[in-house]
Design a protein around this ligand. Structure first.
Ligand code: FSX
Ligand code: SF4
Ligand code: F3S
Length: 394
């Protein structure tokens, strides 16, 4: 991971490195990255300079990253991010002082590192929690270093500058909080809960199973730039990423409006890329930027619906992991989009994604042939706000 610099005697040196070598991108690309990120975050013109300054600052904020009931998909999706990769972000922009998956060390050594970082950066570090927190029976179903997830979260949150719950599990309990179909069951077997519920105060939630890494990166960069977290909706989700329905920007939307549906996996409609609504797609009731942000920097169509699978609503509490996959979604917005994509576009013909394009995609710009483009963003959904707007609280 990364490249530290060493003197001839083998000692690490503190020689300042250029942005180019730190993030392995040209200065021009870096500035483009900052400008697009500023746009993504809805910042006013000129804010890119502040973003660039924050990202190149010698002062790297300490990050404590906890893992509880989860599959580590959140971390995995980070490791698959590019422009810059999360490992470069980790090593060069933030100081990752505790992360159970990525640390080579274990046991007392890392617990001591966590406590030392918390003491040294008291009131200034960023706490990231991945995974649900079991609350039944005193929280005994998840322990790290003989400490329950409840206690560890509370201890680490007490002196954190800000808390980010990454993934649906940490946001509200996600998949582990699913109630089994057993007579009388009214909660998950271990009482899996979200971070905000356990702490009894709002945190910033970045749901998704896994969440899109760019939404996390943009949130961290906002924190680095302004010392605050971005504005969130009533579910604590950053509004820059979760204020529009998947359905609004889906490349299959024209088929929905024209009544062309796949009725079975592999049927003619499915092969032709028709709308997946009748296969249970929850895009019409799920707020997320998946169709425009895409995943894994692998080109156009790299998101669930783009790959032919209905959206299961993984970012939406009460939909993902709750509503049966083949139940029809509630259509929350029946307004037609402002711009229609062509309905006979061949699949997978989109432009390949460069760094600026990827980040532009997060902002809602075009991300491949047939995608709904940014022109309709901000217009098509004015009549139904996603959720009451709250300001982020740290
Ligand atoms: Fe997994 Fe994360 Fe899903 Fe949960 O992402 S991808 S089960 S949201 O906490 O690791
Ligand atoms: Fe896309 Fe699903 Fe909406 Fe159809 S129902 S247009 S597949 S989001
Ligand atoms: Fe999740 Fe639906 Fe996006 S399943 S990843 S919210 S398309």
């Amino acid at each position: 991971m990364g490249s530290r610099q060493f003197s001839e005697s083998g000692e690490p040196t503190a020689a300042p490195r250029s942005v180019e070598s730190r993030l392995e991108m040209s200065r021009r690309s870096f500035l483009q990255f900052c400008a697009t990120l500023a746009t993504t975050l809805g910042l006013p013109k000129g804010a890119e300079a502040a973003v660039a300054e924050a990202m190149t600052s010698a002062e790297r904020p300490s990050v404590i990253w906890l893992h509880f009931q989860e599959c580590t998909g959140c971390t995995e999706s980070m490791l698959r991010a590019e422009h810059p990769t999360i490992e470069k972000l980790i090593l060069d922009v933030i100081s990752l002082d505790y992360h159970e998956t990525l640390f080579a060390a274990a046991g007392h050594q890392v617990e001591a590192a966590r406590k030392a970082a918390m003491e040294k950066h008291k009131g200034k570090y960023l706490l990231v929690v991945e995974g649900a927190i079991p609350t039944k029976d005193g929280g005994i179903y998840c322990k790290v270093g003989n400490q329950t997830a409840i206690d560890m979260t509370r201890e680490c949150a007490a002196d954190a500058a800000a808390v980010i719950a990454i993934g649906s599990c940490a946001s509200w309990g996600g998949m582990p909080s699913t109630i089994p179909s057993i007579d009388g069951a009214d909660s998950s077997p271990t009482g899996s809960s979200g971070v905000a519920e356990v702490l009894g105060r709002p945190v910033v939630n970045i749901p998704g199973c896994p969440p899109n890494p760019y939404n996390f990166l943009a949130t961290v960069v906002h924190f680095l730039t302004f010392g605050t977290l971005p504005a969130v909706d009533a579910q604590g989700r950053p509004k820059f990423a979760y204020s529009r329905l998947v359905h609004e920007n889906c490349e299959r939307r024209a088929h929905f409006d024209a009544g062309r549906f796949a009725l079975a996996f592999g049927d003619e409609g499915h092969r032709k890329g028709y709308c997946l609504y009748k296969l249970g797609c929850k895009g019409p009731e799920t707020y997320a930027n998946c169709p425009t942000a895409l995943f894994g920097d692998a080109g156009a169509g790299t998101w669930p619906v783009g790959c032919g699978h209905p959206c299961i609503g993984c970012t939406e509490q009460g939909v993902g992991f709750t509503k049966p996959i083949h139940t029809l979604a509630r259509v929350k917005n029946i307004e037609p989009p402002a711009v229609y994509p062509g309905i006979h576009e061949k699949q997978g013909q989109g432009a390949s994604l460069g760094s600026a394009a990827v980040l532009a995609a997060v902002a809602g710009a075009a991300a491949g042939a047939g995608a709904m483009v940014a022109r309709n963003l901000g217009r098509s959904h004015e009549s139904e706000p996603a959720a009451p707007a709250d300001s982020a609280k740290e």
